[in-house]
Design a protein. Structure first.
Length: 256
């Protein structure tokens, strides 16, 4: 079983930028102190009183400088914001029906697009049932035979009806029988047509069941986790996740 994960925590770019600015400030102040001390050494030949005053001034400059550095570091520490980033969207594929994994068509690290086929459960029985229903719905011999028989009975009814009207050679009872035979055959034709319609609906139902046994990516992203292998048994409630996909084209930042 192959697994993988993406780290969720990463330094905030805001924190890194403030760290860089703080270090630049400290370096500039330190450089300034060095320049001042060097200038004091160069002019150490001045009278004693001036050198004492100069050392006194440098002492205060040093104290002030370190105070500025301390304040800068305290302010930096107070303004630091902890944060972490996470994928903008995450899609976790779970089974809706029990079955054996028939195929897995992706691997960890692979980029996928929305609508891409990721894998499927075994569906041999459903595919056979679909072919049977489709063959029955396309069979036309039964319907053609029923329609041909209807034409014969309709012709007989019309002939008896004409005889009844023209010469009264056919009795009313015979005419009614022929009409009943015609109507029965009409019902048979409708029954065959309805059976074909139901078989087409069964084909659509089987197509829907086949789609439920397929795993299709709902988003663009990268495969970061594959929890199953071909031939594994999975079932709703027993398998938490099969394939995990994350969209990292955009990231979501969470600040504390």
């Amino acid at each position: 079983m192959t697994t993988s994960s993406i780290g969720q925590e990463s330094p905030s770019s805001l924190t890194l930028e403030r760290e860089r600015v703080s270090l630049n400030i400290i370096w500039s102040i330190t450089t300034f102190l060095i320049d001042l001390l060097s200038a004091a050494d160069i002019h150490s030949c001045v009278p004693r009183e001036c050198r004492v005053n100069q050392r006194f001034s440098f002492r205060w400059v040093s104290v002030l400088t370190f105070g500025v550095i301390l304040v800068a570091r305290i302010g930096y520490a107070a303004d630091v914001v902890e944060a972490f980033t996470e994928p903008y969207r995450t899609a976790v594929m779970v089974p809706s029906q029990p079955g054996l994994m028939e195929s897995i068509r992706v691997k960890v690290g692979q980029r996928v697009t929305a609508g891409q086929d990721l894998g499927a459960l075994d569906s041999d029985v459903l595919r056979v049932q679909r072919r049977i229903c489709l063959a029955k719905s396309e069979a036309s011999s039964e319907l053609e035979a029923a329609k041909a028989e209807l034409e014969v009975r309709k012709s007989l009814y019309e002939r008896y009806l004409a005889l009844r009207k023209d010469s009264n050679e056919a009795s009313e009872l015979e005419v009614n029988r022929k009409r009943a035979d015609m109507e029965i055959q009409q019902a048979k034709v409708r029954s065959v047509e309805e059976a074909r319609s139901l078989q087409l609906l069964e084909v659509e139902q089987l197509d829907a069941q086949l789609r439920q046994r397929m795993f299709v990516s709902p988003i663009d992203g990268f495969v970061v986790d594959v929890e199953v292998e071909q031939g594994d048994f999975v079932a709703p409630g027993q398998t938490k996740s099969l394939i995990t996909i994350v969209d990292i084209d955009r990231l979501r930042a969470t600040f504390h």
